[in-house]
Design a protein around this ligand. Structure first.
Ligand code: XMP
Length: 517
């Protein structure tokens, strides 16, 4: 197994993920892990992550000197390389030229780490790598025993190696996808240098998580807000497997869910999986609170607030609950941390990120906190959740509340649910659902004139939206075939009385957002 010592880089989890993808078990620990823990972990190799600090100066974070004496291979990435250089007697300086983003690295000499790995070759036959750099400081002189194995114009020592001790340093980030050969480099370190075999499987996460949940919770009772989305569903299934009936879920039907969704959630969790789920029908409460409100952010806040109220009331009815579980996943952790620095502008306040009541006075349990979405999905299928649930499109916390433009009314929500269900059903039927990242209908509270049969009609409009996206930060509208759109439009207009016009949204993000509000 591999030990990752974390200096606080945004990418540390990504390193862990790459190691696990290579089938090798790893754990992330803080850089100042003490000697006893270091020894008892007995790693086959250690990776020192990047980090935001400067290596120069008294207060610069350092690993225990024992790290260099365990006799196991080391890989220092970015700050990790600088810390290694500084601790072993090399020199690091604050560079006047900061290097961020794409860079081309020249490979020098032979090293076990980079040998025969290249993106291009120069006229002289030297290997070049396309990499992702992000650093301010740089190594100026190598510690004893090291040689240079790569350089860029601004970082003459972009990678270093001490083959005898099997210590390597990379100034660039092999864990990010922009470093094209990154996976190969990491695998070279894990398999070639450390001699690990790729035997570990993600399914092992289940066993470990269960053990850790049981250890923490003991005989206590845990409360979970179940939304029916992927994250809270997987958290519920995992907790149920770990602690059975000590888990109680609260599912709030806010009246802004998709067609039949509340019943489906109850069928899956309460009936099929045998999980204790308390369903609270709070449609009228949400709709009353939303009456007359048109501003999207105001609507989001109201939906968030009423949710907390309803949830707290439900929790108050349950005596002896000690833990509040949440389906927080790793990207939520990064996002909310990023938010705290105040640099990112709030485009939309996503109320379900880190948003449950603190007043409940419960201990927080976040069993998915270290996992990426695809790992969560994988876990979900391993835990026996239905494929359709695990691979469903994201659905915003405020639900149809932000898909009905302006004031939310029950009449509008009912029409929208029917139109949306037809669109989704057809996407499934024609094999498009899994090809697009998110699709839904939006209700436009405007009336347009039409003819139906022999009469004139004057009814509402819905817009269909389907996008392709990797991270939902940017998106391209899905180029669905005209015939398909034609078919969906006809069905909606024929089957949903009250809607007489269907449009298709052809805006990309940016500048448009995915949701209309
Ligand atoms: P936008 O509309 O900002 O959406 O392009 C990006 C992704 O976030 C989802 N979204 C939300 N999710 N609460 C959520 O939990 C919200 O208030 C919210 N607003 C947007 C949206 O569905 C898309 O997947």
């Amino acid at each position: 197994r591999i030990l990752i010592l974390d200096f606080g880089s945004q990418y540390t989890q990504l390193i862990a993920r790459r190691v696990r993808e290579a089938g090798v078990y790893c754990e992330i620990h803080p850089y100042d892990l003490d000697d006893r823990a270091l020894q008892s972990f007995a790693p086959r190799g250690i990776i020192l992550s990047g980090g935001p600090s400067s290596t120069v100066g008294e207060a610069a974070p350092r690993v225990s000197p024992l790290v260099f004496k365990l006799g196991v291979p080391l890989l220092g990435i970015c700050y990790g390389m600088q810390a290694m250089a500084a601790q072993l007697g090399g020199e690091v300086e604050v560079s006047t030229h900061r290097e961020y983003g794409y860079a081309q690295v020249r490979v020098h000499g032979h090293s076990q780490l980079l040998q025969n790995i290249e993106d291009h070759t120069t006229a002289e036959g030297k290997a070049l790598l396309d990499v992702w750099m992000s650093h301010g400081d740089r190594v100026m002189s190598l510690p004893e025993g090291f040689k240079r194995i790569a350089s860029t114009d601004h970082a003459p020592l972009a990678a270093m190696a001490d083959e005898a001790r099997r210590f390597y340093g990379l100034q660039f980030h092999p864990e990010v996808t922009h470093t094209r050969q990154g996976v190969r480099i990491l695998e070279r370190f894990i398999y070639g240098v450390c001699g690990c075999e790729g035997l570990w499987k993600p399914g092992h996460i289940i066993a470990e998580s269960i053990e850790s949940i049981r250890g923490k919770v003991g005989t206590d009772t845990v409360l979970l807000g179940l939304s029916g989305g992927v994250d809270s569903s997987v958290a519920a299934a995992l907790l149920h497997k770990a602690i059975g009936n000590q888990l109680i879920c609260v599912f709030v039907d806010n009246g802004l869910l998709r067609l039949g969704e509340a019943d489906q959630v109850m069928a899956t969790f309460a009936r099929h999986l045998g999980i204790k789920v308390i369903r609270i029908d709070a449609e009228s409460r949400f709709l009353e609170a939303l009456a007359g409100v048109v501003d999207p952010e105001a609507k989001r806040k109201i939906i968030g607030r009423v949710f907390i109220e309803v949830f707290e009331e439900a929790a108050a009815e349950l005596p002896n609950v000690q833990w509040l579980a949440q389906g927080t996943i790793y990207p939520d952790v990064i996002e909310s941390a990023g938010g705290k620095t105040g640099k990112a502008q709030v485009i939309k306040s996503h109320h379900n990120v880190g948003g449950l009541p603190e007043e409940l006075n419960l201990k927080l349990l976040e069993p998915l906190r270290e996992l990426f979405k695809d790992e969560v999905r994988h876990l979900g299928t391993e835990l026996g959740l239905p494929f359709d649930l695990v691979y469903r499109h994201p659905f915003p916390g405020p639900g149809l509340g932000v898909r009905i433009l302006g004031e939310v009314k029950k009449e509008y929500a009912d029409l929208l649910r029917l139109a949306d269900a037809i669109f989704i059903e057809e996407l499934h039927a024609h094999g498009w659902y899994d090809k697009v990242s998110q699709a839904f209908a939006v209700f436009l509270p405007v009336k347009s004139v039409g003819v139906m049969g022999d009469g004139r009609c004057y009814d509402f409009v819905v817009a269909l939206r389907a996008v392709e996206s990797v991270d939902f930060m940017t998106a391209r509208w899905a180029h669905l075939p005209y015939d398909f759109l034609d078919h969906v439009s006809r069905r909606i207009i024929n089957e949903v009385s009250g809607i007489s016009r269907v449009t298709y949204d052809i805006s990309g993000k940016p500048p448009a957002t995915i949701e209309w509000e």
